[in-house]
Design a protein around this ligand. Structure first.
Ligand SMILES: Cc1cc2nc3c(=O)[nH]c(=O)nc-3n(C[C@H](O)[C@H](O)[C@H](O)COP(=O)(O)OP(=O)(O)OC[C@H]3O[C@@H](n4cnc5c(N)ncnc54)[C@H](O)[C@@H]3O)c2cc1C
Length: 563
């Protein structure tokens, strides 16, 4: 069903078993699991899907090695397992990521872990090689029999400096271990959602629809594109509003203080020498202040982050000048001979981690674990319970969604029929496993779709095995190359607009493609794309101008672009 059909079906039949508020990764993951288990479920997202905290991540599928020190063994075990499942189920988007730790001290931090266990330390500080070695051994142990990725290695100073020519001569060791890189998290989230909708016709998801209030047996939704209101009568509400969870509960007359969010920002830089210097390795380390930071290969560019600053309101999350100074300084500490300046920045972003409210002194000490908080009973003025999904990580969304789904199924009196553990996601389905198999796959696709091999390679890189569906669509009519975007064709963009719930121009630039994050946007491109999208979505000239203006404002205000 398209947007119009979903809304009109809702008007005719406002009863739904489960209403999910929030289309970040946790809402979408739960939507998929409920849909797979035959539940009629409606998900509403007030902006675009995956535009909140889920769009602000460091792009890592990781076990969270540093949580070992906090004694969060269950969390690490779960995250390592989920990281491996992501590598297996979404190989088109999630890739193994060799991660190098540059180490500047030997003994530092030896006392940190024991002190933390007995609750006497909650300030971070830089760890030395002995503590890091112990941590990596434990991490390897958790990877256990799965062996999806290799074990860690330790390198001497001499070997490290030979391997990393620009690396600071002040290091005493480097260690290399493996995690995963989620290269296009926003696309992965939308593919999950489309999988869920194709699973069951009464699993429906709407972006640009807000939950604005509710009482008794009714929730009020507002279509942000038309301002029309809709009533819904759910049996159960899942509040998956991430850092906005408490604000969302308040709209339902519920008072909660579950979230103590911290802001994290990133910059993306264009710097050929630095990009060459890191190769396909992420550099992941503790800065002098003990904060964990990263320098991460993102396509032809480099992602640098992140901060961890408590904020009161998630809408206040912007990347500040001080954070940018911090990122530039931490990079020059590791690669002192490479000059990185503000001129190299092509994109910036910021978001708020929906962490549980906590009394620890330091933001980085707050647990990254997840929990389901239930609000129900006579005091609520609501005839349905509200489950709030607090905390979590991108990496472990599947496990969290599974726990929420189990609880929801139990409440609805239903039994689980299927699980998501080995379920491929979107273009990760039937994904060829090695380069030869990929070449053969592309060759045979080219033969039967008639789309050129070079073009198919690009589509395969973007969409995995969904490239087949896209290529078939391309062949269904006259196509031409987009002037300002020579690696896209008109029909590819039309396909995305028609099949991936694009409502605004920025949905395409920021979340269905990597164009914004990889610094490719020009003013001319925005104008050309506004025409293409406008033709599909029926914008008149005035609406097109509004879209161009909206896009320019978002890119300037939130992402630091000057076009
Ligand atoms: C800086 C940073 C770095 C991170 N790095 C990593 C990492 O590398 N790896 C990792 O595993 N995790 C990482 N995380 C954590 C991870 O990104 C989050 O835990 C996860 O994305 C939270 O998802 P969510 O669905 O709960 O929240 P969100 O993605 O914020 O989704 C909530 C959604 O609810 C919507 N909403 C709010 N109010 C309403 C309403 N009234 N009606 C309708 N919709 C509403 C919002 O618009 C929003 O889209 C990072 C997080 C941050 C901020």
């Amino acid at each position: 069903m398209n947007r119009k059909e979903i809304l009109s079906a809702l008007k005719n039949k406002p009863a739904v078993s489960v209403l999910i508020i929030g289309g970040g990764i946790n809402g979408i993951g739960t939507f998929r699991d409920l849909s797979l288990n035959g539940v009629d479920v409606l998900l509403v997202e007030r902006g675009d899907f995956c535009s909140g905290a889920s769009a602000a991540s460091s792009h890592k599928a990781h076990g969270g090695i540093r949580y070992l020190e906090n004694g969060e063994f269950r969390l690490v075990r779960e995250a390592v397992r989920e990281r491996n499942l992501l590598l297996q189920n979404a190989p088109h988007v999630v890739k193994p990521l060799p991660t190098t730790i540059p180490i500047f001290k030997r003994f530092s931090g030896l006392l940190n872990a024991p002190l933390k266990f007995v609750g006497m330390l909650d300030e971070p500080s830089e760890r030395g090689s002995i503590v890091i070695k112990l941590g990596l051994m434990m991490y390897d142990a958790y990877t256990g029999r799965q062996r999806t990725i290799p074990k860690h290695q330790f390198f001497s100073r001499k070997k490290s400096l030979k391997k990393w020519k620009y690396l600071s001569a002040k290091i005493i060791n480097t260690a290399v271990y493996y995690d995963g890189a989620i290269l296009q998290p926003e696309r992965l989230a939308v593919e999950l959602l489309l999988d869920a909708e194709s699973e069951k016709s009464n699993a429906r998801a709407l972006n640009y629809v807000s939950m604005v209030g509710g009482s008794d047996d009714t929730i009020i939704l507002r279509d942000e594109l038309t301002d029309a209101n809709y009533d819904v009568h759910p049996k159960l509400v899942i509040n998956a509003a991430g850092p906005w969870i408490d604000f969302t509960n308040r709209k339902l007359g519920l008072s909660s203080r579950f979230i103590g969010g911290t802001k994290g920002s990133h910059i993306v830089v264009r710097h050929a020498e630095l990009r060459q210097a890191i190769g396909e390795n992420e550099f992941f380390f503790e800065n002098e202040d003990g904060r964990i930071v990263l320098i991460f290969p993102l396509y032809d560019h480099i992602l640098i982050g992140t901060s961890d600053i408590p904020v009161e309101h998630p809408d206040e999350a912007y990347c500040t000048d001080e954070e940018i100074d911090y990122f530039l300084k931490l990079t020059s500490r590791i690669f002192p001979s490479l000059k990185l300046t503000r001129e190299n920045i092509i994109f910036q972003f910021s978001g708020v981690r929906p962490l549980p409210r906590s009394t620890t002194k330091s933001a980085s000490e707050v647990s990254r674990d997840h929990s389901i908080e239930v609000l129900s009973g006579d005091w609520t003025n609501l005839r349905f319970p509200v489950y709030s999904l607090v905390g979590g990580k991108w990496t472990s969304f599947r496990a969290f969604s599974e726990q929420v789904t189990d609880k929801a199924l139990a409440y609805l009196g239903l039994a689980r029929q299927k699980d998501t553990r080995s379920l491929p996601i979107g273009g990760g389905r039937s994904y060829p496993r090695d380069p030869d198999e990929i070449s053969r796959h592309i060759e045979s696709l080219s033969a039967w779709t008639g789309v050129a091999r070079e073009r198919l390679k690009v589509l395969f890189e973007r969409y995995g095995t969904r490239a087949e569906t896209v290529a078939t669509y391309l062949n269904g009519g006259t196509d031409f190359i987009v002037k300002t975007l020579p690696d896209f064709t008109l029909r590819e963009i039309v396909f995305l607009v028609q099949h991936e719930k694009i409502c605004h121009l920025d949905d395409f630039l920021l979340r269905r493609s990597m164009l914004a994050m990889t610094g490719r946007i020009t003013r001319e491109m925005i104008e050309e794309l506004a025409k293409i999208l406008g033709n599909v979505l029926g914008w008149n000239e005035e609406q097109r101008a509004v879209e161009v203006q909206r896009t320019l404002s978002i890119l300037t205000d939130r992402h630091g672009l000057r076009l």
